[in-house]
Design a protein around this ligand. Structure first.
Ligand code: ATP
Length: 319
């Protein structure tokens, strides 16, 4: 298994977590570290153990075994110590439909015991981060599902946690809200927040996460950057070039280039496999056009996290 560690100040340190529900070993020896300013993605299908892991990380569920330390403080379910460092945004919404977005945030700020002046400034900041400033006065019963989800994230951010935990925050939200959520996470990470992001959408993990743990059946089966994970399965980039004219003569020439794994041809196209196929494109195109061929479409397919998951488990990430 690839294991990569963060180089920044560790904010979340999870070691050897186990949780069983009867015969189900929901979380089986999960360890991970997340540094300041780092977004860590826990990527896995439904039922893989993501929610159970973060419930233990946030101190809501007692692990059978293992330890959690956040911002230097051990987290234990029966103690509130260290909780102020954690912002947990669960899948379930906890907002009041009769209150506006702004009133919801102010209500939770008061609940956290924030002095009025500090609260009002923080609420303004949060509305900006989650992109709801212009809708702040509307009752949340009028909000779309995505806007409610964004407000839920805002509530998790009120007390300025060092670690923000988001449990599948974009499931069932409209594209505009989805984008707003991804942009908020990028901005928060840029400001130094550690983020744990669970998802079964590989595009989100690829876009947001500095490192990704792939979880299946309660076990993190691989961990690394997207590039490390895709490289680990030894799959190549596939470059398909549509060509008007003869391609057979070019096949041997391209095959002899350094770094080319294989070349195939049919009547109208060359298919080239290489670990860094796009890097070779200029030389390949130069060779083809010098030989009088006309180039049509060029299509580069890179191995992605879906391919990694399939390779490691024999299953598709999405059902
Ligand atoms: N309270 C519980 N009692 C019994 N089994 C549970 C409980 N919570 C979770 N499980 C089981 O543990 C396993 C992991 O569930 P978990 O919710 O952590 O997965 P997940 O990756 O978050 O998936 P999802 O996206 O569906 O929430 C599943 O088999 C689930 O049915």
């Amino acid at each position: 298994m690839i294991v990569s560690t963060t180089s920044s100040e560790p904010i979340a340190e999870v070691s050897g977590l186990h949780k069983r529900f009867g015969a189900v070993h929901a979380v089986n020896d999960v360890s991970l570290r997340i540094g300041a300013g780092e977004t860590y993605g826990l990527l896995g299908p439904n039922g893989a153990g993501k929610t159970t892991t973060i419930s233990m990380l946030a101190g809501l569920l007692e692990p059978d075994e293992g330890t959690v330390v956040v911002a230097g403080t051990p987290i234990r379910p029966r103690s509130t110590k260290g909780r102020e460092a954690i912002g947990l945004v669960p899948q379930d919404l906890a907002i009041y439909p009769d209150l506006s977005g702004e009133e919801n945030l102010s209500f939770f700020a008061a609940l956290y015991g924030m002095p009025n002046r500090e609260a009002s400034q923080r609420v303004t900041e949060i509305l900006d981060v989650i992109g709801l400033t212009d809708r702040r006065k509307d009752r949340t019963s009028k909000y779309s599902g995505g806007m409610k989800r964004r407000l839920n994230i805002g509530i998790g951010l009120l007390h300025s946690p060092r670690l923000l935990i988001l449990d599948e925050p974009t499931v069932g939200v409209d594209p505009q809200s989805r984008n707003a959520i991804l942009e908020s996470v990028e901005a928060l990470s840029g400001e130094g927040m550690a983020v744990l992001y669970t998802t079964h959408y590989m595009e989100e993990a690829e876009r947001l996460c500095d490192r990704i743990g792939i979880i299946d059946d309660g076990t993190v089966i691989a961990e690394g950057t997207t590039a490390e994970l895709t490289a680990s399965i030894g799959e190549q980039e596939r470059v398909r070039i549509e060509v008007n004219g003869q391609v057979e003569d070019a096949v041997e020439h391209i095959r002899a280039m350094d770094g080319i794994a294989d070349v195939g041809a049919d009547d109208h196209a060359l298919v080239i496999l290489a670990s860094d196929g796009s890097h070779h494109l200029p030389a390949i195109i130069g060779h083809l056009t010098d030989g009088g061929a006309q180039i049509g479409s060029i299509d580069v397919t890179r191995p992605d996290l879906e391919a990694v998951f399939l390779h490691l488990t024999g299953k598709a990430l999405r059902e």
